[in-house]
Design a protein around this ligand. Structure first.
Ligand SMILES: Cc1cc2nc3c(=O)[nH]c(=O)nc-3n(C[C@H](O)[C@H](O)[C@H](O)COP(=O)(O)OP(=O)(O)OC[C@H]3O[C@@H](n4cnc5c(N)ncnc54)[C@H](O)[C@@H]3O)c2cc1C
Length: 481
């Protein structure tokens, strides 16, 4: 299947004056019909409307639709299909780097569709496409229920689940993608379909970790009972990093699936917002979430406690703690975050990682995490999902902020230098949600790539809907070649 003639013309030639005028007129008409709003470059709220959570990305679409209803999404897609322009759905914009440039596209902002409805008896959450994990946690936790959220409350549920979704409960229950029970999806042309195991099953498969096709307007997700949670952090000075990481690496293969840990080397900024003992501190941390009793957590974490952390706040905790444990920034920020899945973690890998983090090449890396995988996060044979798990022992993630001393390119180089030190231990496949650089989709989902291309092209033959990594993969890459 190939791009239709009008679509090719709209995307490859610079728009003629007539074409620009026709699009302007069409956008005027769309603006009149929307429940939400259409924002264009001349409007006062243009900069706010086009801003992503990732402030390092300067998005320049032709217009922004602030959708307030599913009908707005359908209306936008109908216009886009007719005019041959692309549509980029975005809720938070955490994944804006991987989306690539929006030139000529309409940015479809979903944030206002943030309703969350919990069915406590069925243990499900039905969430609008703009809902964040914070919205879900606030609604589900009072029922003793949790979704498979990641480290941050501000990350959008849809983008996270479509890319896989690794979180604190993942080793016990699997990827966020695997909890999708059904989705409402608006397609190019404006039709809305339900994707579930019994309706549009191919689209349902593609949405579960493969990015899907079309624009999701609503997801229904499975929730989990979490009767007892123990969570918190063990803290040591940075100088203890080698012995702490070595002990942690020895411990993690012995831990049951109820336990998820992350070992981190961090540099806290010297800012007033932090307590005095953390300002400017360089530390090594092990953070843990244990679904179980305090006694179980004490027993399992004792090899780390023997290393006498100077602070230890691991304790029984309410479910909401999971959204704060990682201390992710609560506000939009500019920075570079990249990850690398490791097949194994041994003593040589830890040495290489710490040597890189000590070098001037990585001086701006503020957080260097080794996230424990395994358990129910491992790929599962027979599961009906484009991504059934992550094949690896550990995911390394390095973060460098953009600062007056390090622009985006410098921050990216520092993150790259940190991850390059672990290249000899890299797994065969990488994990989409932790990859911002252009990457061939085969490196993300392996043999599922061909089936994904087939499903996407059957629902979106002109590739009207943009998606992360789409600029480096699939039909777009073939056409560009
Ligand atoms: C601080 C921080 C912490 C993170 N922690 C974790 C973590 O613990 N675990 C983890 O797995 N990942 C984590 N991530 C990565 C995160 O899961 C991805 O960046 C994810 O894509 C963000 O989704 P979003 O909806 O918030 O972002 P957006 O940028 O709004 O969306 C990302 C992409 O998802 C797709 N998309 C979004 N909405 C729709 C829709 N309605 N229909 C169709 N496609 C859509 C599009 O391709 C879009 O480009 C983290 C990221 C950050 C910045």
């Amino acid at each position: 299947m190939s791009l239709s003639a009008p679509a090719v013309a709209a995307r490859t030639a610079s728009p003629t004056r007539l074409g620009v005028h026709a699009l302007d007129v069409a956008l005027d008409g769309l603006s009149d019909r929307l429940d939400g709003a259409l924002v264009r470059p001349a409007d006062l709220d243009w900069d706010a409307a086009r801003a992503a959570w990732q402030l390092g990305v300067d998005q320049h679409p032709v217009a922004v639709v602030l959708a307030r209803s599913e009908a707005d999404v359908a209306r936008t897609l109908r216009l886009a299909t007719r005019m041959g322009v692309r549509v980029a759905p975005q809720s938070s914009g955490h994944g804006a780097v991987a989306l690539g440039p929006l030139d000529g596209a309409i940015l479809l902002r979903m944030s206002a569709l943030s309703a969350v409805v919990i069915d406590a008896e069925a243990r499900t959450a039905t969430v609008g496409a703009g809902a964040t994990w914070g919205d879900v946690s606030d609604a589900a936790a009072p029922h003793g229920l949790a979704g498979l959220s990641g480290s941050s409350r501000t990350v959008g549920v849809v983008g996270y689940c479509l890319g896989g979704g690794i979180g604190w409960l993942g080793r016990l229950h699997g990827l966020g993608a695997g909890t999708i029970l059904a989705a409402r999806v608006a397609l190019p042309g404006g039709a809305v379909v339900i994707a579930s195991p019994s309706e549009h099953a191919d689209l349902f498969w593609a949405l579960r970790g493969g990015g899907g096709a079309g624009v999701v307007t609503e997801l229904t997700l499975r929730l989990f009972d979490v009767p007892h949670l123990v969570a918190g952090t063990l803290w040591w000075p940075r100088g203890r990093a080698a012995e702490v990481l070595t002990a942690w690496a020895r411990l993690i293969p012995t831990l049951p699936h109820e336990v998820t840990t992350v070992a981190r080397v961090v540099r806290f900024p010297d800012i007033d917002a932090l307590p005095p003992h953390l300002r400017g501190a360089e530390l090594v941390l092990v953070q843990a979430a244990v679904v179980g009793s305090a006694g179980l957590a004490d027993r399992l974490l004792s090899p780390l406690r023997e290393l006498e952390p100077f602070m230890d706040d691991v304790a029984p905790a309410p479910l909401e703690t999971l959204g704060h444990l990682a201390m992710d920034p609560p506000e939009p920020s500019a920075g570079v975050a990249e990850g690398l899945v490791l097949a194994t973690l041994d003593a040589a890998a830890i040495d290489a990682w710490l040597a890189a983090l000590d070098s001037p090449d990585c001086a701006g890396v503020v957080s260097a995490d080794l996230r424990q995988l395994g358990g129910a996060l491992a790929p599962r044979a027979g599961e009906d999902a484009a991504l059934t798990g992550i094949d690896g022992a550990v995911a390394a993630v390095a973060v460098a902020p953009v600062t007056p001393h390090a622009d985006a390119a410098a921050a990216a180089a520092m993150v790259e230098a940190a991850l390059a030190s672990l290249a000899p231990w890299a797994g065969a496949h990488q994990y989409a949600n932790f990859v911002e650089r252009p990457i061939d989709e085969r490196a993300l989902v392996g043999t599922a790539t061909d089936r994904l291309d087939t499903v996407r092209l059957s629902y979106d033959p002109d590739e009207t809907v943009m998606r992360r990594h789409g600029h480096a993969t699939g039909r777009a890459a073939v056409d560009a070649a």
